[in-house]
Every structure is written in structure tokens, then in C-alpha cells.
Design a protein around this ligand. Structure first.
Ligand code: NAX
Length: 357
């Protein structure tokens, strides 16, 4: 712990230990945490860096080091992003490193946000994309194992995120599987928003919304267990055909709808969901609720062991997490879960050469 006054920190003072006293403004500060971010010059990177540096994610008493990883063509843009970070004069931001070197980028990382990956291009099969991006995540997994902090946690956003996370996890020797996550929170947020709009309530009234399976068009947003103001969602919406048809389709296709409307893929909402995911994993989950994130399956709910599948997760008071057990799975839900898990198994098989052992 160090004492410091936010007003006394300038860009040139960010490096190294800080010990400052200013009685009127003194805040008790923690040691900096290090957050490594790949694809930092991309759309999502641009939308996430400034909010992490501002203290929005880890708290207003938590200094942050940022280690920003890009490929060579992204470096000029990344340089501009670093200039803008400097120009914000964030009191909590201590050190910014911009690099193409994975070991330098993941050095001492407490959190690694793996956002960068190659987008799917016209004529590319899903299997091609899996292969191209898979190779990126073998190297990143290995570098995280070599260079990150012992308590590192890894959130994969870059698509196909479940299988990329599977590859990174299996190549990060020595890092426990329960430190790897793939993002389905954007899907959860989208689903909550759709339910709230249909029921005429605020989205914060919607809880217990689980995304099962893959972050893809097969994902299953489980309306059957969702609640509004603590009551079954069916107390507010009785239109079964809407739930089973339009609702699921809207959530599954929302990414494509954003691209059609905006001419570019979701970025601010994706960055927001990544921050929600991290916050939910470092904050105890409110009693009775859960959040969605893909984790390494232990076989719960009959989901194949070892794949990265989204399920209902609770964060405990000690900071560890657990799969919420006993969530009812209807026959309809089971058929949807089976479909998305089968897709994950196919993806796993397509990248088996990238998974050691
Ligand atoms: P951008 O194309 O804007 O940015 C990607 C950045 O990653 C680029 O700057 C690129 O130079 C960099 N990059 C590529 N390969 C890299 C590597 N090997 N190491 C480091 N950096 C690398 O994409 P953006 O809109 O930011 O999206 C990033 C990823 O998020 C994509 O894969 C996208 O599909 C995925 N998404 C995932 C979502 C989810 O819910 N899990 C939702 C949003 C988004 O679609």
C-alpha cells in the first residue's frame, strides 16, 4: 500500500513506486495491477483502454499498468492511442508499454484481455478462421505461462472466443484452467435488454439470464430461468412463440444486425461487456443471481468436460468462482444447449492439432 494524492501524479511520475502525502486529498492506494491487452489499437481496444485507465473496472483506489500488444501494422495507430492516454493524465495510470513482443506484453500481467484476432473475410470457412486464429492463441498461451504474474486471469474476446480460449488455456502450461474465460457477457446484456424492452421494465430489473454454450449464432439465451424484479419472466411476458422464436433469433443475430446498421462490428458494447465480465469476476455475485461467461467445463449439466462453454457462474466472497448448480433445464432448453455444445465440440476437433497432449 502506498499513499498518494492524485493531483501530484504527472505522466513523468508514473513509473516506479509512489509515496506521497497530501493531507487534504490523501487516498489509500494499492500496488498497481498490470493489465495486458492484445489488439489494443483496434475498435474494442480503443473503447476499453480509457475506461480501465480511469479506474472504472478495478476501482478508484487501484493504480493500473497497461501493457498493450499489437502486430506490426497496428503499431502506428497504437502509438496514437498511447499519446491519447498520456493526454488524459489519468491519476491511476502508472505505466504504459506498447509492444509486439508477447513476453514483454504479458510481463507481470494480473489480467490478460485477449481481444486481437484476425476477422473472418469473404470466402473464408469457419475452419480456416479457427486455424488462423488458433495459431495466434497457442503463442499467446505459451507467453502468458512464461511471463504473466502467478495470479493471472485471462479473458478471451477475439473470435471464435470459446475455442481461442481453449487453445490458449491448453498451451499455458502451469496456469490452472479456472483462470481462463471467454466472453459471452455481450450476449447476456443483449438478451436482458430485449426482455426488458418487451416487458416494459428497465434492464436492471432483469436477472438470472444465462447464455449457454458458444459465442456464436448457436448460443442459447435461457429465458426459462430469467427473472424480472425477482419473479419469473413469464409473469411479465406470456408470449411463448416470441421467446422461442424472435427473442432467441434477435440475440443470436444481434452482432450481424449491428454490422448491417453501423457498417462495423460492435465495439463499445463489446468493450463494455468485457469490463462487466471482469467486474463480475472480481466482485461477489448478488445472492441468488448469476452471470454468463464461458469457462472450462467440469462436466456439469452433461456438458463435455474440458471445452470452454458458457454457463451460469457465481463469484464467491473469496474471489473464486463456481458453476451455479441445479438450474432447471427444460426439454426445449436441452435441445438448444445440445446444439451449441455440439458446435463447440466440432470447433475443438477442428483445432485438435493446436492442443498439446
Ligand atoms: P479490430 O479489427 O478493430 O481490431 C483488432 C486488432 O487486433 C487490430 O488492431 C489488429 O491489428 C490486432 N491484432 C490482430 N492480430 C493480432 C495479434 N496476433 N496480436 C495482437 N493484436 C492483433 O477488431 P475489434 O472490433 O476490436 O474486435 C476484436 C475481436 O473481438 C474480433 O475477433 C471480434 O470478432 C471479437 N468480438 C468478440 C465479441 C464477443 O462477444 N466475444 C463481440 C465483439 C467482437 O465481434
Amino acid at each position: 500500500m502506498v499513499l498518494f494524492s492524485p493531483k501530484q501524479i504527472s505522466a513523468s511520475q508514473r513509473k516506479g513506486p509512489q509515496l506521497r502525502c497530501a493531507p487534504a486529498y490523501t487516498i489509500l492506494m494499492k500496488s498497481p495491477i498490470t493489465v495486458s491487452i492484445t489488439g489494443a489499437a483496434g475498435q474494442i481496444g480503443y473503447a476499453i483502454l480509457f475506461r480501465i485507465a480511469s479506474g472504472f473496472v478495478f476501482g478508484e483506489d487501484q493504480p493500473v499498468n497497461l501493457r498493450l500488444i499489437e502486430i506490426e501494422p497496428g503499431l502506428p495507430a497504437l502509438k496514437g492511442v498511447v499519446m491519447e492516454l498520456d493526454d488524459c493524465a489519468f491519476p491511476l495510470l502508472r505505466e504504459v508499454v506498447a509492444t509486439t513482443d508477447l513476453d514483454e506484453g504479458f510481463m507481470g500481467a494480473n489480467w490478460a484481455l485477449l481481444i486481437g484476432s484476425v476477422p473472418r473475410k469473404a470466402g473464408m470457412e469457419r475452419a480456416d478462421l479457427l486455424g488462423i486464429n488458433g495459431k495466434i492463441f497457442t503463442g499467446q498461451g505459451q507467453a502468458i505461462a512464461r511471463s504473466a504474474a502467478k495470479d493471472v486471469r485471462v479473458l478471451v474476446v477475439g473470435n471464435p472466443c470459446n475455442t481461442n480460449a481453449l487453445i490458449a488455456m491448453n498451451n499455458a502450461e502451469g496456469i490452472p484452467n479456472d483462470r481462463f474465460f471467454a466472453m459471452t457477457r455481450l450476449d447476456e446484456n443483449r438478451a436482458k435488454s430485449q426482455l426488458a424492452a418487451k416487458a416494459g421494465v428497465h434492464c436492471s430489473d432483469v436477472t438470472n439470464l444465462c447464455i449457454w454454450g458458444n459465442h456464436s449464432a448457436t448460443q442459447y439465451p435461457d429465458f426459462t430461468n430469467a427473472k424480472i424484479k425477482g419473479k419469473p419472466v413469464t409473469d411479465f411476458i406470456s408470449d411463448t412463440a416470441w421467446f422461442e422464436g424472435e427473442f432467441i433469433k434477435t440475440v443470436q443475430q444481434r452482432g450481424a444486425a449491428i454490422i448491417a446498421a453501423r457498417g462495423a462490428s460492435s465495439a463499445a458494447s463489446a468493450a463494455n461487456a468485457a469490463m462487466d465480465t471482469v467486474k463480475s469476476l472480481i466482485t461477489p455475485t448478488p445472492e441468488g443471481d448469476w452471470h454468463s461467461v464461458a469457462i472450462c467445463s467440469d462436466g456439469s449439466y452433461g456438458i463435455a468436460k474440458g471445452i470452454m462453454a458458457s454457463m451460469p457462474i457465481r463469484t464467491k466472497a473469496d474471489g473464486s468462482w463456481e458453476i451455479v448448480q441445479g438450474v432447471p433445464v427444460s426439454e426445449f432448453s436441452q435441445s438448444k444447449i445440445d446444439a451449441t455444445i455440439n458446435e463447440l465440440l466440432e470447433e475443438r476437433d477442428a483445432v485438435k492439432d493446436l492442443i498439446p497432449g
